[in-house]
Design a protein around this ligand. Structure first.
Ligand SMILES: [Cu+2]
Length: 190
């Protein structure tokens, strides 16, 4: 005769599964705690240690004079052999709409926005900046492969956002040097 009231025998497979589940639950909780700790630390660190250098500019007078006046935009050869590229983003285009840069050369981008926040991204590279009105965004880069790359605005900036893009043309260093002998500022706008 069997005793129906007796507790069922422990199932070793079920006990094992429970132990594994507990272990994974612990791992998940620890992961969440770690991520919160990292976010807290980096947030406090960013707030406590401001950027070493912030350059401001008045977006209302960009076109009237100074570094971002139209005649100063484009690529400029510096005395040390590096190249500085200046450009402005505005609803819904970049000026110049085609940036010319030499390969295997240090290129410094100096850019700003004339109106709202825009994005500056050179496809298939790690060149990626936000253009914020009132500030100059600076980034150093070096391009190895010759050719043309798309440069879309990647911050939603209004109804014409999807049509806001330019191109970056990477040319041979010697060809670029030849062009700089003829023009103070270069671009590939046709
Ligand atoms: Cu834009």
């Amino acid at each position: 005769m069997t005793d129906l009231a007796a507790p069922p025998a422990p199932d070793p497979a079920a006990e094992h599964a429970e132990r594994v589940e507990h272990r994974w639950a612990g791992v998940m909780v620890a992961t969440v705690i770690l991520m919160v700790a990292i976010a807290t630390f980096s947030g406090l660190h960013d707030a406590a240690v401001p950027q070493a250098q912030v350059e401001t500019i008045d977006p209302r007078t960009l076109h009237l004079g100074g570094e971002f006046i139209e005649s100063n935009l484009g690529s400029a050869l510096e005395p040390d052999g590096s190249v500085t590229v200046r450009a402005v983003g505005q609803e819904y285009s970049f000026t110049p709409s085609c940036l010319l840069v030499p390969a295997d050369t240090q290129v410094t981008f100096r850019m700003t926005s004339a109106d709202v926040v825009h994005g500056f991204l050179v496809m298939d590279t790690n060149v990626n900046l936000m253009l914020v009105p009132g500030y100059i965004s600076t980034l150093r880069a070096r391009f190895d492969a010759l050719g043309e790359r798309l440069m879309p605005c990647h911050e939603f900036c209004g109804v014409g956002h999807e049509g806001m893009w330019a191109r970056v043309k990477i040319v041979d260093k010697a060809a670029f040097a030849k062009l700089t002998a003829q023009h103070r500022r270069l671009s590939c706008v046709e």
